[in-house]
Design a protein around this ligand. Sequence first.
Ligand SMILES: [Zn+2]
Ligand SMILES: [Zn+2]
Length: 359
Amino acid sequence: MHYREAVPARDPVADLRRIAFLLERANEATYRVRAFRSAAATVAALSAMELAERAAAGTLAKLSGVGEVTARCVTESLAGEEPVYLRRLEATEGTDLQGAAAALRAALRGDCHLHSDWSDGGSPIEEMALAAVELGHEYMVLTDHSPKLTVARGLTPARLRRQLDHVAKLNAALPAGFRVLTGIEVDILPDGSLDQEDELLELLDVVVGSVHSNLRDEAPKMTRRMLAAIANPHLDILGHVTGRKVPAAGAGDRGHRAGRTRPPSDFDVPAVLAACVEHGKAVEINSRPDRLDPPKRILRPAVEAGCLFSIDTDAHAPGQLDWLDFGCERAALCGVPPERVVNTWPADELLAWTGSHSG
Ligand SMILES: [Zn+2]
Ligand SMILES: [Zn+2]
C-alpha cells in the first residue's frame, strides 16, 4: 500500500469518548451524550483497515450508531486533527481549583456514590470504572438505587445479588490498583428503616442512605426518620442530607437548567449531626451541581461538631465523576479537614471503618 501520512492519526475512539466525558461533565442530558458513546463503541469494533476505507469513501455515517457529526469527528481524528467539536469543548473548560480545594481534591482516592445503568445511570458499570481509573481513582463504590425507588429502576434483592456477581468478575478484569467496591444508595423509608434486606446490606462494602420521599414532612417527623437511619449499623454515609435541588449554575452555561428546584427538608440539624458523630457515620458532601448538599449553614456546624465526611459525585454518567471539584470547593470553604474525609483514606481503611459499625 502506498500512502504517506503527513500527520499521525489520532485515536478516534479516544476522541469520541473524551467528547462524551466533557459533555457529561457539563451536565448535558445523558441521551444527548449517547451519540458519542455509541459511535465510540461502533468505531472500536472496526478494523483499522475498514475504518480507513470508510473514512476515505465517506461511508462512516452509514454505520449504525454513527451519525454525520460523529463521522466528521472520526474523519478529523484519522487525519491527525483534533476534531473541531472537541476543540470547542476543551476551550470552554472550567478554571482550576485553588489552594485548599486543590489539596483536598488531590487527597481524594475514590468516590463513594455513583450510579450505573443497572438503576437510573446512563452507562454500564465498566464505563464508569474506566472513567474512574482515568481520573486516577483507586476505587469507586457502586451505589445503585434500592427496590422502592421504582422510578429509578431500584434493584430488587435478586438483581442486587446478580450485580454483586457481576462486580466480582469485573474486578478481576480491571487494572491492578483499582477496585469497584460494592454498595447501594438505599432509601431511608418514612419510618427510618432501610429499603433492602439486612443480609444484603451486611454483605455490601459501603451503604449510602438517602431520603427520597416525603421530603416536606415536618421537622420532628423527619428528624426521627433520619436519627433511626443513622443509628442503623448498616448505614455508613448519609446521602444528600437535605434533598434540596438548586439551579445548576456551577456546571457552566451548557449545563444550566432553569426550573426543577426544591427547598431543603426541615429537621433538627444539631441532633442529626450529633447522631452522626455518636455513631461514627459520614455526612455526604454531594458534589452534583444541581444539589450541592448540604448547604454551608449545615456544613460549617458539621465541621464544628466533629463529623466525618464523604465527598461524592452522585454521578449518573462517566463525565460526571469529575464533579468532585465542586464538592471540594465547598468543603475547603467550610474548613473540612482532609483527614476527616473518608474517601481520602485507602480502600482498606475505608472498609475497616464501614466494618467497624456494621451489625
Ligand atoms: Zn439520591
Ligand atoms: Zn444517587
